[in-house]
Ligand binder design. Structure first.
Ligand SMILES: Nc1ncnc2c1ncn2[C@@H]1O[C@H](COP(=O)(O)OP(=O)(O)OP(=O)(O)O)[C@@H](O)[C@H]1O
Length: 453
């Protein structure tokens, strides 16, 4: 039951070498999925300059029947919308979109072309040559990518090795957002075309409503559990020699007819994380792994370093005492009393994010974003409690120029749409507010000091 052969299909669109689309010249095929065909391309530079490189993803939106066309346009629109709005270090970037205008080639005419940052490989093809340490590091970066996506209010919906892209420096980025969907309240609605082996059991039998399949970030956590098992053991976690046999096994497991039997080759450090991600249903998964990928990230990082991650326990209010209170009460500060397994502090704020907390010192409820927010009361990544009650602390754990971003500080505004600036949080700052701000919107800016405050 090797998992090394899951993934890519044949090319839906064949584009000849040397073909010109806008300023781009096609070089060679890079890969193909169920809908898109991806080609390496170059853009000629001016005299003496290095040519730009990109990956062109062709979606055949001009050549299919009306039903298929509607579906393909929906997939293309999802990917264009997400990539146009979201920029995060672990998500592949999109430079522009083009439409092929070439009536002489009806098979290409009307195709939508996404001009993407070029990856060196996908995890699907690179996996056999990766060493165990590299595999673990890729998993950390995939989890970071999911945390960035979830933090911005999106669900990926099709995480699998073919959609994890490896850059020339070995770092990983998530790709293929054609099934991604933005949260609308607690749920998102995605087109039901995810890959069976990575689909959580509750979605295998879910209904496809008018808006699509109702999904949540925990669906990506299930896929992450499968991916981690595949990457670390080269086998799927559920038994069966074909995707449909494994899908049936997933259904039996979800009904409680069968137990999960993970590979004995799965390193101990990962066992608890994979088991939590592969919880039978959304509720258990949310409790054991977390509501989204920011929750298990620290445990994933610990596992990648070979440390057996500590179990997250639910906080028992009677036992939790602050250092100051404990000293005042004459209680010795032992690890047991402080429940160190469940440190609800700053460290929950994933790298690349801005986080606001309901309590001082990064404690209590947390709202987290990778990008900006035009209105804290609207959209999938809303944070009503903070804009009503005020945030007691905040951590700007954003990336810096080393990760390719110049927008490093975060400006806060009292009104939606970045109106009426009230405060600005510099990169790396952990702030306890004496007068809790009640922001309605925030945006990333190059420099707090240079901007009006
Ligand atoms: N930016 C990129 N750089 C290099 N290769 C890429 C890039 N994007 C995609 N690929 C290659 O093309 C393959 C197919 O791309 P992608 O998954 O986006 O297409 P798709 O039709 O949407 O796939 P799916 O069947 O998962 O829906 C990937 O598995 C990868 O090998």
């Amino acid at each position: 039951m090797s998992a090394g052969t899951t993934g890519s299909g044949s090319f839906a669109i064949t584009v000849p070498e040397g073909y010109r689309v806008g300023p781009w010249t096609v070089e060679r095929p890079l890969g193909a999925g169920a809908f898109g065909s991806v080609y390496a391309a170059v853009r000629r530079a001016g005299p003496g300059g290095t040519p730009d490189r990109a990956a062109l993803k062709f979606l055949p939106t001009g050549t299919c029947g009306p039903r298929q066309l509607r579906h393909l346009r929906d997939l293309a629109a999802r990917e264009v919308e997400l990539l146009g709005r979201l920029r995060a270090p672990r998500l592949i970037r999109m430079y522009e979109t083009l439409t092929v205008d070439d009536p002489e080639r009806p098979e290409l005419d009307g195709a939508t072309v996404l001009v993407l940052e070029e990856a060196a490989d996908s995890l699907h093809t690179a996996l056999p040559r990766l060493a165990p340490r590299e595999r673990a590091e890729v998993l950390v970066q995939v989890c970071e990518g999911l945390a960035q996506l979830h933090g911005a209010g999106w669900v990926h919906g099709d995480l699998k090795p073919g959609n994890v892209l490896l850059m020339a420096d070995g770092s990983a980025r998530l790709g293929d957002f054609s099934t991604a969907s933005e949260l609308d309240g607690t749920h998102a609605y995605s087109p039901a075309f995810a890959t069976a082996d990575y689909t959580p059991p509750e979605l295998l039998w879910s209904e496809f409503g008018e808006r699509g399949t109702r999904t949540r970030p925990t669906a990506d956590l299930w896929a992450f559990g499968v991916l981690a098992h595949v990457v670390l053991t080269d086998t799927f976690p559920l038994p069966g020699g074909t995707p449909s046999a494994r899908r049936d096994a997933a259904v039996r497991y979800a009904r409680g007819d069968e137990e999960l039997r993970l590979s004995p080759e799965l390193p101990d450090a990962w066992r608890e994380i994979v088991t939590a991600c592969l919880s039978r249903n959304h509720e258990d998964r949310a409790l054991r792994a977390g509501r989204d990928a920011a929750a298990p990230l620290e445990r994933v990082r610990a596992a990648a370093q070979g440390r057996v991650p500590r179990r997250r326990r639910r906080r028992r209010p009677g036992l939790v005492v602050t250092g100051l209170a404990a000293t005042a009460m004459g209680i010795a500060l032992t690890a047991g009393m402080l429940l160190p397994d469940d440190p609800p502090g700053w460290e929950r704020c994933a790298a690349g994010s801005i986080c606001f907390f309901a309590e001082r010192d990064g404690r209590g409820e947390m709202c987290t974003w990778v990008g900006g927010s035009k209105d804290w009361l609207k959209g999938g990544a809303a944070c009503p409690w903070a804009s009503e009650l005020g945030a007691k602390s905040a951590y700007n754990n954003g990336y810096g120029p080393d990760m390719g971003t110049l927008l490093v500080d975060v400006a806060l505004f009292t009104k939606p749409q970045y109106v009426d600036r009230m405060d600005c949080l510099t990169r790396g700052s952990r702030t306890n507010f004496s007068d809790p701000p009640k922001p309605r919107s925030h945006e990333w800016v190059p420099n707090c000091a240079a901007s009006p405050s």
